[in-house]
Design a protein around this ligand. Structure first.
Ligand SMILES: Nc1nc2c(c(=O)[nH]1)N[C@H]1C(S)=C(S)[C@@H](COP(=O)(O)OP(=O)(O)OC[C@H]3O[C@@H](n4cnc5c(N)ncnc54)[C@H](O)[C@@H]3O)O[C@H]1N2
Ligand code: MOO
Length: 642
């Protein structure tokens, strides 16, 4: 191994890195172009614009009624109504009409009485310019309508057209070239309809993700086909993009320290590296370089890292080049449901689910892995943990930047506890039946769910805790751990738990007893999960010592993770639900049918949101969908057990 492998240059703080980027490129000109006003929303005015026409362009009636000369109306009183001659002193007009010559006021039709075909009568005088929109009241021809760098909103389009400005000079959109790199990348367009990427290959998605972010930030993007891991070819692609006039280039992947991470070498050979390594996570290996004055960013390959690098460094540069101030996301004070530890020395962006539980807004951290795009698609917000902090919570409030509207957050039912695939169906059915409600579930195992209910940080918990003494589920745990917490228990489903083995069951596993066989490697679930309790119960029943099971100490956190371990060959067998085995085409040997319930805090039980959820649980559509997953039984679904 080379002793000098691609070590980051001195790491910069995010603020420092951003300053370096903005100082170096913030004044790069974008150029200007002229566009039709009607198509100009989202653009930025490149020059001040002055009105060609006034608005209104004439004195206009502001109400339906009669136009008069105010002088002729003076003296009118309910006791002494005044008559005016139609066509001489009183002229019928509608809103927007040009005022007839000699008139300077409008009397609303409601205040006008008809005397005969030639006369009307009024009981109050009009004052001059009453109910008239005077010429130029809104916009005066020759005056400046907008200064330069005005962002053009739909409102502005209205004003520009009214002022006779049918086309406008705007800043060119930042042109951003996006070049994905990596020999493992597969272009989705080249994948046959039934073809899956070969092991080791992954679908190239970041360039489209970045392209969409570029467009949302007011730019256009030019995507390059994926380039293999080759300094020369990557360098050529960047050079061509710069020569063709890109305002900036995003080189995606290969930004860190791997043997095939070529971004740094490429950019060093062709230009000057300004930043390599930012003390933020995700996004640490981000590079900022200059190629003949054009900014080129080495974007990390992990999707969440690439998003953070974009939002924290690239987007601010685009915004600055467009002469705009950075937009701030709305924020909310939230209480973490448990401590979120963080590494000293890096600013961490923790993606969180947020829910309103009673008076409190609680935040639960999603997985931290920067490779997990769902950690941001699922997120309601982001908590920034500063570089000098070792973590936040669980007691104090912290600030979360919101990724969703606050109203959506307060309409979310927060489920914390054991995971079951039917919760996903429940979330979908809830959406189908009450579009404004959503359900968010975090998976911390059954005991974790009970504790979350106890601490008041969720509305409900999914739980399947077996009482070894009685063979019953959940009730004894509630008595023991939540003696003082008023709760209800709703039966959700019965589900088959069993041994998940590779297709064809090559090791001929028939039951729990086989776990003790020397050549069988097991994958376990974490302590406190209902599945782990079930396993330990069966082992005790069978008088088996956990120490005899190879892999007993290796733990995964979800049914799907257990199934994935079996699929990958990391283990020969695991205990989990039928649906997980089915999803990955694995074989399943039923062991037990267990009870999975929802434990609902009494305080939330009668809320409209929870009642809507109960209605969904009791619907035949939900039960049918559950049944079609396989391995589930819904005869008692919806029953109130407590
Ligand atoms: N020894 C070290 N390894 C790593 C370090 C480190 O400091 N030392 N940093 C880690 C961090 S932090 C990050 S973030 C990642 C990202 O680094 P790279 O920019 O070099 O990314 P790649 O290795 O090229 O790819 C990572 C991952 O993302 C996938 N990828 C890449 N491009 C795309 C794309 N266009 N579309 C979809 N997915 C893409 C790629 O296949 C990999 O799976 O490095 C850590 N490693
Ligand atoms: O800092 Mo890297 O960008 O997670 O994950």
């Amino acid at each position: 191994m080379s002793p000098k492998r691609n070590i980051y240059l001195q790491m910069k703080s995010l603020a420092e890195a951003r300053r370096i980027v903005l100082d170096a490129f913030g004044d790069n000109p974008l150029g200007t172009e002229t566009v039709a006003t009607a198509d100009a929303v989202g653009r930025v005015l490149a020059a001040p614009v002055t009105a060609r026409f006034s608005s209104p362009g004439y004195h206009a009636a502001a109400m339906d009624g009669i136009a008069v000369n105010a002088k002729h109306t003076f003296g009118a009183h309910p006791d002494r109504p005044k008559q005016l001659a139609v066509g001489r002193e009183a002229f019928p007009v509608n809103t927007g009409h040009l005022l007839p010559p000699g008139t300077d006021a409008v009397i609303m039709i409601e205040h006008v009485q008809t005397v005969d075909a030639e006369h009307i009568q009024i009981e109050a005088p009009a004052y001059p310019w009453q109910h008239v929109r005077k010429m130029g009241e809104d916009i005066v021809a020759t005056e400046m309508l907008f200064a330069r760098l005005q962002p053009i909103t739909p409102y502005c389009v209205g004003a520009l057209l009214a002022a006779g400005l049918f086309e406008v000079p705007v800043l060119a959109r930042p042109r951003v070239a996006v070049i994905p790199t990596g020999a493992e990348l597969v272009d989705w367009q080249r994948l046959g309809p039934t073809e899956a990427p070969a092991p080791g290959c992954i679908i190239e998605s970041n360039s489209y993700l970045l392209g969409a972010l570029v467009q949302a930030a007011g730019g256009t993007f030019q995507r390059h086909d994926p380039v293999g891991d080759d300094v020369q070819r990557i360098g050529d692609a960047v050079a061509v993009a710069v020569a063709e006039g890109a305002h900036m280039v995003l080189l995606v992947g290969g930004s860190s320290a791997g043997s095939e991470d070529f971004a740094r070498a490429t950019l060093e050979a062709r230009g000057e590296i300004l930043v390599h390594g930012v003390t933020m996570m995700p996004g640490k290996p981000t590079i900022a370089a200059s190629l003949a004055g054009t900014p080129v960013f080495g974007m990390p390959g992990y999707p969440v890292s690439t998003i953070m690098a974009f939002e924290q460094l690239v987007q601010p540069l685009m915004t600055r080049m467009l002469g705009q101030l950075p937009e701030q996301r709305p924020t909310m004070q939230v209480v973490p449901t448990r401590k979120m530890a963080s590494k000293l020395g890096v600013e961490e962006f923790v993606r969180v689910k947020i829910g309103q539980v009673g008076e409190r807004r609680v935040a639960t951290a999603l997985p931290r892995g920067a490779g997990q795009i769902t950690s941001i698609t699922e997120a309601d917000g982001i908590i920034r943990i500063p570089a000098n902090s070792e973590g936040v919570g669980p007691d104090g409030a912290v600030t979360a930047e919101l990724l969703k509207p606050a109203a959506a957050i307060s309409n979310t039912i927060v489920v914390v506890g054991s995971h079951d695939n039917t919760l996903d169906l429940l979330a979908d059915e809830l959406r189908a039946q009450s579009a404004h409600l959503s359900l968010s579930s975090s998976h911390v195992g059954s005991m974790g769910g009970l504790m979350a209910v106890k601490r008041g940080v969720c509305h409900m918990a999914g739980t399947h805790l077996l009482d070894e003494a009685t063979g019953s589920y959940n009730l004894s745990y509630i008595q023991r751990y939540l003696p003082d917490v008023p709760v209800r228990l709703v039966h959700l489903v019965m589900r088959d738990q069993g041994l998940i083995v590779p297709a064809g069951n090559p090791k001929g596993i028939k039951g729990i007893e086989d776990l003790a066989r020397e050549e069988v490697r097991f994958i376990n679930r974490q302590g406190g999960s209902g599945t782990r309790i079930l396993l330990d119960y069966r082992l005790k029943q069978l008088d088996m010592d956990p120490a005899t099971i190879a892999g007993y100490a290796t733990e995964e956190f979800t049914h799907m993770a257990v199934a994935a371990a079996v699929l990958s060959g990391a283990a020969d067998v695991g205990l989990g639900i039928h649906a997980a085995a089915r999803a990955l085409g694995l074989d399943f040997i039923p062991v037990v049918t267990e009870q999975y319930d929802l434990l609902v805090t009494q305080a939330h039980f009668d809320t409209p949101a929870v009642q809507s959820l109960l209605a969904v649980i009791n619907s035949s559509r939900f039960k049918q969908r559950v049944a079609s997953l396989g391995g589930y039984h819904t005869e008692r679904t919806g029953e109130l057990l407590l």
